[in-house]
Design a binder for this molecule. Sequence first.
Ligand code: SAH
Length: 384
Amino acid sequence: MVNLLDLDQELLTSFFVSLGEKPFRATQVLKWIHQLGIVDFDAMTNLSKALRQRLKENACISMPQIVMSQTSLDGTRKWLVQLDSNNSIEMVFIPEDDRGTLCVSSQVGCALNCRFCATAQQGFNRNLTTGEIIAQLWLAEQTLQAEIASLPPSSKEETQPINSSQTPFLSNGGTKEENSSLQKGKQVIRNVVFMGMGEPLTNFNNVCKAMNLMLNDFAYGLSKRRVSLSTVGIVPALLRLKEQSSVNIAISLHAPNDTLRDQLLPINKKYPLRELIAACHTLIKGEKHRQITFEYVMLKEINDSPAHAKALVKLLRGLPAKINLIPFNIFPQTDYQCATPETIERFRDILLAAGFVTITRKNRGDDIDAACGQLAGKVLDKKR
Ligand code: SAH
């Protein structure tokens, strides 16, 4: 049985052609599943009864399940998604002024062992399928839409902002400003970031197919600038990605020299900075307005000195780089601490003075362990 969630438009078209059907059936079914949220073949009324029957015999739409939901004081949502009896992952929805961002996972656990990341402690179970990746977007969108639809009629007016006290997905708070622009009847999730559990570039094919669906106008129709793939920098895969997709790339840099990066991200021994930075130059070649985001976790007395900042300026010179400083999020069994706000500010000022767009990321959802590097699929751990 093929799971239709695993298929992007190209594969779904081949599937229908193999059944002796016209290619346009693919776009019809993509709309049913991804835009209308319908996973019951009988409800796909523009397909003939005979075709619906054949689909039931040859295909399925196998959707993972949300088994736990938590809401942070700042409105951030975290869902635990059960994939099969042994595996679950976490995804996070971050409401923002302009709708919201979904942070998706690409693997159960992670094999890369970055020293400052909670997911690494869990070890690596397996890659997610394309269906399991896109299902996160489907589940989050459907859940949020259903919550909005269940609001009392007065708050459902298209033009009316949703009242924070009535908004289920922001019910634990969120400032008025944060809530005011989330409106009913429109796609809630506008941005997707691959910043959940796992290293997306070591699950290349499935991640690319899922991104195809995210960008596809018959599915989610997200703009390519609103889908971001965050990676430690698996150099050959990064270069391959240039040929496949022009989504935003975020590089988890975290150190300006190999000695330190070798310690923090052991994968650096395989793909040292010289190769990684060269790959970044290749990525932007011929693409005028393209920027690359660099993520830099601020670890107290490890990578946060002015000398580190100056070395970073030197390393990134000549690249259209946007730098995100991420205050370290603490988790059990870590010896690292977050750099002080003053140190982060001093670090940022050096980067700004050198002309780099630099943002200090807000810690969203850290009270429910939903912030960067805190995702671990805990229920699974407990069961073990
Ligand atoms: N494997 C991918 C995506 C997952 S993590 C990657 O490494 O890019 C998303 C971001 O959170 C990465 O930049 C990661 O380095 C950062 N991160 C991991 N643990 C963190 C922690 N404890 N505090 C802050 N950021 C963390």
